[in-house]
Design a protein around this ligand. Structure first.
Ligand code: TRP
Length: 347
């Protein structure tokens, strides 16, 4: 079967999105809308693999939805919804719990990191997390999955699950009319490039992250103009002027990061930024960067706040997205049930 090109990705519902999320994932997702059918999912079922305060979770689901819409995700053109509203995700995840092998999941490095030393006390859901992620993708037969580096291993697992399903049920799949035996596609990563890896403003060797204690380390999409300007003013740098050539950034992680942020926000390249600012001090570069940041992020923060003022409208968007998502996922899940020999009501 020739699979139709379709993009699927998921974002965790955390209330606090930052510049790293924006330049890393959001811009790519927004861009893909121009060329592909896109399905974007707020993965609330993944979120509860670790404890979530119910009120905060509800708020975070709306926040992240509002932020993506404010940044340019068009919920009419693309499908935007929260995972728990489409039961096909959880149902297919159960099937995949029975396809994936313990040995495969035991190799997942993210589980080891997240569970830490207290493995015995981690939820079963945290362990099975990659199977649910595979279900997210394959419930839509998605072919392209924009993800960061840290999700590459999970995506490989999704490919392995797709392949094992195709093999295990090969006869049944052919009998169902799939002459080439391909029931699920092999989803490909669309890796969000290293050029857009945004590092902490306090330590150029660490990724910008919502879990770093100092709020000065990141620019949140909800920061107001003064806060953005202050954080850039306080960003760690060295004392040299900016180099004129890109090689001059070697060994200067903080300078490299700020130049990279400028380039990404301006839609240009680091070399372009250096040809403009090479030889100048940070005291000149930082205000220019702050202005650019404010001009790009300010309108997004403003629009997200406006959307958050009407939560019922956000919920309507999610319900509409879920209805459209179900329209794609339910027929596929129905065929999965047929292929594995379950009995279902005729559709
Ligand atoms: N695990 C992903 C993350 O933490 C989120 C996610 C869930 C996802 N399901 C997905 C990403 C499906 C891509 C496709 O970032």
């Amino acid at each position: 079967m020739k699979f139709k090109e379709r993009v699927f990705s998921g974002m965790q519902p955390t209330g606090s999105l930052h510049l790293g999320n924006y330049l890393g994932a959001m811009l790519k997702w927004i861009d893909l809308q121009k060329t592909h059918e896109c399905i974007y999912c707020v993965v609330d079922l993944h979120a509860i693999t670790v404890w979530q305060d119910p009120g905060e979770l509800r708020n975070a689901i709306r926040q992240v939805t509002a932020a993506y819409i404010a940044a340019g995700l068009d919920p009419e053109k693309s499908i935007l919804f929260n995972q728990s509203q489409v039961s096909a995700h959880a149902e297919l995840a159960w099937v995949f719990n029975c396809v994936a092998r313990l040995g495969w999941l035991n190799r997942m490095t993210q589980f080891k990191e997240k569970a830490g030393k207290d493995r015995e006390n981690a939820s079963v859901g945290l362990y099975a997390y990659p199977n649910l992620m595979a279900a997210d993708i394959l419930a839509y037969r998605a072919t392209h999955v924009p993800v960061g580096d840290d999700q590459k291993q999970h995506l490989e697992l999704a490919r392995d699950i797709a392949q094992k399903f195709n093999n295990d049920f090969a006869d049944s799949i052919r009998a169902a009319g799939y002459e080439d035996g391909q029931f699920f596609p092999q989803p490909e990563p669309v890796i969000v490039g290293p050029a857009t890896r945004v590092m902490s403003l306090r330590d150029g060797s660490r990724k910008m992250s919502k879990s770093e204690p100092s709020d000065l380390s990141r620019i949140n999409l909800t920061d107001d103009d003064d806060t953005i300007a202050k954080k850039i003013r306080k960003a760690k740098t060295d004392t040299e002027a900016l180099p004129s050539e890109i090689e001059g950034l070697a060994g200067r992680a903080e300078a490299d990061n700020l130049v990279g942020i400028y380039a990404a926000l301006a839609g240009s390249q680091k070399a372009d930024v250096l040809s403009e600012f090479g030889g100048r001090q940070f005291s000149e570069f930082k205000p220019a960067l702050a202005d650019l940041c404010v001009s790009r992020l300010g309108p997004i923060a403003h629009e997200a706040r406006r959307l958050m003022a009407d939560p019922a409208e956000i919920d309507r968007v999610l319900v509409d997205g879920a209805n459209r998502a179900r329209g794609i996922a339910e027929p596929i899940l129905g065929e999965v049930k047929d292929v594995i020999g379950l009995i279902r009501a005729p559709s």
